[in-house]
Design a protein around this ligand. Structure first.
Ligand code: AMP
Length: 253
């Protein structure tokens, strides 16, 4: 397992490996790794002969400085976790190396990115799509793995890859949840014990409520602040704020 920080060095290395016949699996993350991330890593390692994980807390996708500042960063622990898996390269760029253009060039989607998280976090998906395009161009993976936890993001990335003819297969991975049904998230680390209970209740209400109106009422009566609750294409999406931490989830209905 080798740590690489320079995008151009990684790009050159991957091209060499590809010419040797390797299939490249890629898992982009923002670190603070948990079993949700690991399910992506495991799938990548099962399906590819060379595996790359990136760890980069992408500043351009945060629309609030405070949220970016509070995002957990646990690189040493992340590297220890990854050392249990046959991951070849960990890509840990810094902002300057990934944004030599100073974020003057961006990817903008004008339709689905305006809904759900895009509505409450202006500019979020522009940051996500831009960084993912950069990462895919650096790593040029055969397959890249994304979680259904961020379902809207997954759809937008699939559509971007099709729109720009990027020669990578996007593989989606089901949501990993805790014993109480809460979707694992790096942000869960920031919850108090009472906050964790509320977060678990959010997951339960999202799954079990008859419709979004009753889900809304139940969340409110449990003092859980709702950002949005919507049903689109047979899927229910929800975002809430607990302990000043924004949590998202989605379930098929
Ligand atoms: P993040 O580090 O939060 O940007 O997540 C990196 C990748 O892991 C994204 O593709 C997420 O959708 C995925 N992911 C995060 N949490 C989970 C989870 N609980 N289950 C499955 N995938 C997840």
């Amino acid at each position: 397992m080798e740590i690489i920080r320079d995008p151009l060095i990684l790009q050159k290395l991957v091209l060499e490996k590809k010419s040797e016949g390797h299939s490249i699996g890629f898992v982009p993350t923002m670190g603070a790794l948990h079993q949700g991330h690991i399910s992506l890593v495991k799938k990548s390692c099962e399906e590819n002969t060379l595996n790359i994980v990136s760890i980069f807390v992408n500043p351009t996708q945060f629309n609030q400085q405070e949220d970016f500042d509070n995002y957990p960063q646990t690189l040493d622990a992340d590297l220890r976790i990854l050392s249990d898996y046959p991951v070849d390269f960990i890509f840990c760029p810094n902002k300057e190396s990934l944004y030599p253009d100073n974020y003057n060039y961006t990817v903008q989607e004008h339709n689905e990115s305006q809904l759900l998280c895009g509505k409450s976090r202006p500019g979020h998906f522009q940051g996500v799509l831009t960084v993912v395009l950069k990462l895919l161009n650096i790593v040029q993976p055969t397959k890249a793995y994304f979680g259904e936890k961020d379902f809207q993001q997954l759809q937008l990335i699939k559509n971007m890859v099709a729109a720009f003819f990027i020669p990578t297969q996007i593989v989606s991975v089901p949501i990993v949840r805790d014993y109480a049904g809460l979707a694992l998230s790096s942000r869960n680390q920031r919850l108090s014990p009472q906050g964790l209970e509320k977060a678990q209740l959010f997951a339960k209400i999202l799954k079990d409520a008859a419709d979004t109106t009753s889900a809304y009422k139940e969340l409110e009566s449990n003092h859980i602040q709702v950002d949005y609750l919507e049903e689109i294409h047979h899927r229910r999406f929800g975002a809430v704020v607990v302990d000043n931490v924004r949590l998202i989830d989605n379930v098929q209905i």
